[in-house]
Design a protein around this ligand. Structure first.
Ligand SMILES: Nc1ncnc2c1ncn2[C@@H]1O[C@H](COP(=O)(O)OP(=O)(O)OP(=O)(O)O)[C@@H](O)[C@H]1O
Length: 351
């Protein structure tokens, strides 16, 4: 058994009622000391995975292992796991110190150790000197840090974070993304972070699990998932993409928009229908003569670093283009792209 593995799910299914399973035969391993993100639309089962790991619920079928030990029935207070909740769940009547000390007092840890551990946890989240503050005197970002300090004071092996940044405004959210990532590196423990924000997932994670309807569609590094999505769902969920249908003519030749293009993909059946992804930033705006595709500009938005052009080809396919060059609405332009920009995927759902 690989001793880097800290959590293992084996064929885990979770049903809340008699309805369809919320998690459907899910198996995976997670390693110690890594930052994982569970990403997916609302209701796909992200929080359910966290609650299973925390021990708030038990699987309907399958097994969960922690450091190689089966923990299906181990109560949550016996697991070396702590959770930071979306609403922080701080005690408003206790000051910062007492909020962080709460769990230690319940465990009847000696007072001198409590003092030391709380101070250390607060130092980790840059809140030294805030011990006596009331919770209502703390900003959103500071409350977030108190919640994290309260979780790490127990020295867990795994920290679960359920959409912890969703209540913060954009600027603070970005700051906290850096802070959390840095904190994870310094602590060296496993973080499992839940979000439905793909940019957040790409920015923070060692590995992302993309979930859909109780299944893992794909797991991989942010770069893998962005560059090599396995299907339309993942491509659509991660970043903005142009996704259209095509036909694989041969190894390295794909047809879409009524033309054949050289690509770098192979291993598909001849005449297999496929989905194609081309990222908007991989499309280069040029003249009709020099372009590989001819399109008409339908709308143009200025996005600060680039223009976002929405264009259509003669077959009704929509092409989103990010370009530093501008074009006029109604103008006919050419789009150029390299063979590497075309990413060919199996069609999902047996269509
Ligand atoms: N206690 C419960 N009883 C019955 N159904 C539940 C319960 N908790 C969650 N569900 C259902 O299970 C499904 C998955 O829920 P879960 O909270 O895991 O999703 P999620 O991916 O975290 O979603 P969100 O991003 O909205 O938090 C949802 O359809 C939800 O309604």
């Amino acid at each position: 058994m690989d001793d880097r593995v800290i959590i293992r799910f084996e064929h885990v299914t979770k049903r809340y009622d008699d309805d369809a399973p919320v998690l459907d035969d899910v198996s995976f391993e997670m390693e110690r000391g890594k930052f994982y993100t569970l990403l997916g639309p609302s209701g796909c089962g992200k929080t359910t995975i966290l609650r299973l790991i925390a021990g708030f619920i038990e699987p309907t079928k399958g097994d969960i292992y922690f450091h190689g030990q089966r923990i299906n029935h181990v109560p949550s207070n016996k697991r070396r796991v702590n959770t930071v909740f979306q609403d922080y769940a701080l005690f408003p009547h206790l000051n910062v110190f007492e909020n962080v000390a709460f769990g230690l007092r319940i465990k009847k840890i000696p007072e001198a150790d409590i003092e030391r551990k709380v101070k250390e946890a607060l130092r980790f989240v840059n809140l030294e000197g805030y011990e006596q503050r009331a919770i209502h005197e703390m900003s959103g970002g500071q409350r977030q840090r108190v919640a994290i300090a309260r979780a790490i004071v127990n020295e867990p092996d795994v920290l679960l974070l359920d959409e912890p940044l969703s209540a913060l405004d954009l600027k603070l959210r970005t700051e906290m993304q850096y802070e959390l990532r840095e904190l994870q590196r310094r602590l060296g423990i496993t973080f499992i972070f839940v979000t439905h924000d793909q940019e957040e997932a790409l920015a923070m994670s060692d590995e992302i699990f993309v979930l859909n309807k109780g299944k893992i569609e794909q797991r991989g590094t942010p770069k893998d998932i962005y560059d090599e999505p396995v299907n339309r769902f993942v491509a659509d969920f991660i970043g903005e993409s142009n996704i259209i249908t095509g036909v694989m003519m041969d190894d390295f030749v794909v047809e879409f928009a009524n033309q054949q293009f050289t690509c770098v993909d192979r291993g598909f059946a001849k005449n297999e229908r496929v989905d194609i992804v081309i990222r908007p930033e991989d499309l280069e705006l040029t003249t009709v003569e020099r372009g590989k595709l001819r399109v008409r500009v339908d709308s143009v938005l200025f996005r600060g670093v680039h223009y976002e052009l929405c264009c259509y080809d003669a077959y009704g396919n929509e092409w989103l283009v990010h370009s530093t060059k501008k074009a006029e609405i109604g103008e006919e332009i050419g789009l150029h792209f390299e063979p590497e920009a075309i990413h060919v995927m199996k069609r999902s759902g047996g269509e």
